[in-house]
Structures are given as C-alpha cells and as structure tokens.
Write a protein that binds this ligand. Sequence first.
Ligand code: AQP
Length: 333
Amino acid sequence: MTRALSGIQPTGDTHLGNYLGAVRHWVADQDVHDSYYCIVDLHALTIPRDPGQLRAKTLETAMILLAAGLDPARCTLFVQSQVPEHTELSWLLECVASMGELRRMTQFKDKTAKGGETEARVGLFTYPVLQAADILIYDADLVPVGEDQRQHLELCRDLALRFNHRYGDTFVVPEALIRPLGAKIQDLQEPARKMSKSSESPQGTLLVLDPPDVMRRKIRRAVTDPGTEVRFDPEGKPGVSNLVQILAVATGRPPAEVAASYDQYGPLKNDAAEAVVELLLPLQERYRELAGDPKRTAAILEEGAAKAQRVASATLARAKDAVGLLPRGRVVG
Ligand code: AQP
C-alpha cells in the first residue's frame, strides 16, 4: 500500500482553502493509502505566537480534522512536536541543504518582504527543511497538498535525492499530489491572493467553523470582477472564477459547466453560499460533539504519536547510520 503524509499548521482558524485543497482529500485517501496526518505545531513557531493560543489551536485543529472525517482506525493523526524524531532528522537534512536553495523559497521571500531578513527568525528560513523531514521520516510516497506547497515539495525531493546519492539509498523520494480542482482557493476580498490562516483579511477568509449566516455574508460580499459575464477564467476573472471553483468543488461538477449555468453574479453567489453551508454543516455538528470532550481527542493524538514514532524512529536510525553517526553502546570495528 502506498503511504501518504500531509500536515496542517495550527496557526489560526482552519478555512475553506484548507478544507477544499487538502483536508477533504485526506479523508478520501484514508482508505486508499496508508495515511499519516500531522498538525505541524513546530512550523507555527516561525513567527511570534501566544503559547496558550498555540496549544488551544493545536487541539482545535485536531478536532476539526476528526470532525471532517479523519478516523483514527483508518489513519494516523498526530502532533508533530510529540514525535521528536522529526527535528533530529531535520538537522541531518540541514547539513545536506544549501543556503542558496532555501533563499529561493518564495514563502520566505514573501514573509520577509515587509520587515526584511534581519529580524526574521532563523526557523522561518529553515522550516522547509523541517517539512522535508516531516515527509521523509515516514517513507511517504505521496504528499497531498494545495498548490502553495509545490515548491517545498520540490525541495523535499531534491534533498532526498541528494542524501541518497551521497550516503546510499535511505529515503523514499515522494511525489506531490496536487489535485487540479480546489488546490488554490483565493481570498474572497483579494482574489489575487490565496486564502490563508495568517492573512489579515477576516472577511476574505471563510472559516470552516463560521456560523452559516457569516459564511453566506462573506460569499455574498465577495469581490467579483468588472463586467457581468460568468466564466471560469482564473487569470482574467479571478474573483468570479474563485466562486465558480468553490461551487464546482462543493457540488462535484466541472467548473466550465457551473459557469455556463449562470449569467449573473448574484445567483452564483447565492448558490455558492448555500453549497458551502451544506458542505460544512455536518463537520460543524461533529466538531461540537468533539469539543465537549477534549480528552477524547487528546487520547487519539497520543495513540497517533506512539504509532508515528515507531515508523519515525526506524527511519531516523537508518539515516543516522548512513551519515556515520556512532550508535549508542556499539563499538564499530
Ligand atoms: N487557499 C488554499 N487553497 C487550497 N489549499 C490550501 N492550503 C492552504 N491554503 C490553501 C492547503 O492546506 C494545507 C494546510 O496548509 P497550511 O496549514 O499551511 O495553511 P495556511 O492557511 O496556508 O496557513 P498559514 O499559517 O496562513 O500559512 P502560510 O502563511 O505559510 O500560508 C496544505 O496542504 C496547503 O497546501
């Protein structure tokens, strides 16, 4: 069975982009692949964060994933920092990665564009290597992600190939699994930018836990484009195409067919809003049940971390051996 691995940051409120671009596929993939999903809390430390909020968001994110349909009997769900092997492997990979390739990461460039590099945390520069460790440590064949992660996945593959070339076959070289539809949901107020947990656009970010009326309002107030024609053309009509895409994914229809059934923006917005409400209501109901019993989720995460650690420690031992680190208690002749 192929193995899949993916992660989500507890950096804020889980949104429609996370759900359509990643989480819904994770749920479907559980029965297709040996699936590992982690809440990547260490990545959240790359920018300033309130400790209490980070802890709360980590648990909340786990509950959202369970509410979306992840089933601990069919996948392994865990918190990254509870499996310390990730950070140890990350060091080995940092000693394989080059400054030049990390400097090319567009997310680093974007996030340091405002304040400059000097004040940026070193972790913001190196976290794509930790992400590579998150993936390689599980011998993952596939990494289901949204479009924004394509460059990081390329880096992960390069590091795996270079490590294998330098030290002998150690890692599985993974493939990014980016589905054509829903992989890039745009901000509802700024359709040129992707919907993101860390953006400063509350009206542009539709949260999976938003009350139905708030979801409806956000979609009805979504920024559209000049003219009145409804067509799926993400370059020429980014706002309308975003709504068409959301409705297409929510209803399982091709975007061109969805676009062809509207000749005004208003009805498109109404139908997109209703489709999203219908899509997310079951998740919200299950979330409320889970939120009433946080110990249940903590126990699932504990079990997930133990299972993940068994795989991670074996891969880490292989990698340490490959680079020539002396194992404890062993004399090498
Ligand atoms: N807008 C999106 N459309 C489709 N997929 C998306 N993903 C994220 N945004 C979109 C996918 O969701 C998974 C989890 O990603 P994340 O936790 O990095 O989400 P985020 O909203 O991007 O979080 P942040 O904190 O705002 O991160 P930055 O600032 O780095 O963008 C991934 O599979 C991702 O592709």
